[in-house]
Design a protein around this ligand. Structure first.
Ligand SMILES: C[S@@+](CC[C@H](N)C(=O)[O-])C[C@H]1O[C@@H](n2cnc3c(N)ncnc32)[C@H](O)[C@@H]1O
Length: 245
């Protein structure tokens, strides 16, 4: 018999075939979802970001549209921007409240995105299934098993790009006042340490953001990581049958 924590459910969202997946429902996932749903309920329709992120505009503009995965998509601004440019987008977030707002915004923009409610660590995203995987300020928690780290890299196709952006100017006391202790979350150094020679990695620290972010406009600079998967590593999971080798 399965314990409730181990139950799986079929998540079918309108959109591309590869977005249909089995995601686990775990206690940790439920707790995190409730936490983020609570935050979004207290925020306006425009928070955290109602515009696509500047680093996405800069880094994705020159890429040929293919399959994209937006991790921690929030209100969906990046996913909507990508979909409007011809990308086949799956957007993942642990918060259903955020996804409902994102879906409304996508409908208003006239674009189609496959919205998927799951904690990244529980999501069954196809191994190497996406040409672009993007995560802006993803707020991923440390764990003993390094689950978030592994999940972040796993879905990038060979030849595909991972774009991860963190705030370069996190003030610990301000963050704590907003309910986040930065020590609990993966930072840019944690992500930068993940890559071996099967990746080509470019890191830019403290890039001027152009448009300030944060509820008080406190974030003006980004740390930007762009990694291209050059080839498979021996330790990689078997490929998604629908994905290129
Ligand atoms: C700081 S917000 C950033 C949202 C959006 N990317 C942006 O740039 O505005 C972090 C988002 O990640 C989601 N999130 C946090 N931890 C997650 C996890 N483990 N798996 C999936 N989504 C997560 C939250 O619900 C939230 O929407």
């Amino acid at each position: 018999m399965r314990l409730p924590d181990e139950q799986s459910r079929l998540q079918i969202s309108a959109g591309p075939e590869h977005a249909v997946s089995m995601s686990k429902t775990t206690e940790a996932g439920r707790v995190l979802a409730a936490e983020w749903d609570g935050r979004y309920t207290g925020w306006s329709m425009e928070t955290p970001a109602a515009e696509p992120n500047p680093a996405l505009l800069a880094e994705a503009a020159q890429l040929r549209p293919g399959r994209a995965l937006d991790i921690g998509c929030g209100l969906g601004s990046d996913a909507i921007w990508l979909a409007a440019r011809g990308w086949d987008v799956t957007a993942l977030d642990v918060s259903q409240v955020a996804l409902d707002r994102a879906a409304t915004r996508a409908e208003q923009a006239g674009v189609s995105v496959a919205w998927q409610q799951s904690r990244l660590e529980d999501a069954a995203v196809p191994p190497r299934g996406f040409d672009l995987v993007t995560a802006h300020y993803p707020a991923l928690l440390h764990s003993e098993g390094r689950d978030a780290e592994r999940a972040l890299l796993a879905s990038v196709a060979v030849g595909g790009t991972l774009l991860v952006v963190h705030h370069a100017d996190v003030d610990v006391e301000t963050a704590k006042a907003h309910g986040f202790d930065p020590a609990d979350y993966l930072d840019h150094d944690d992500v930068a340490a993940l890559f071996d020679d099967t990746w080509e990695v470019r890191i830019e620290r403290g890039r001027l953001r152009g448009r300030p972010a944060g509820s008080e406009g406190q974030h003006t600079h980004d740390d930007v990581l762009v990694a291209r998967r050059l080839r498979r590593a021996l330790s990689d999971a078997p490929a998604d049958p629908a994905a290129p080798a």
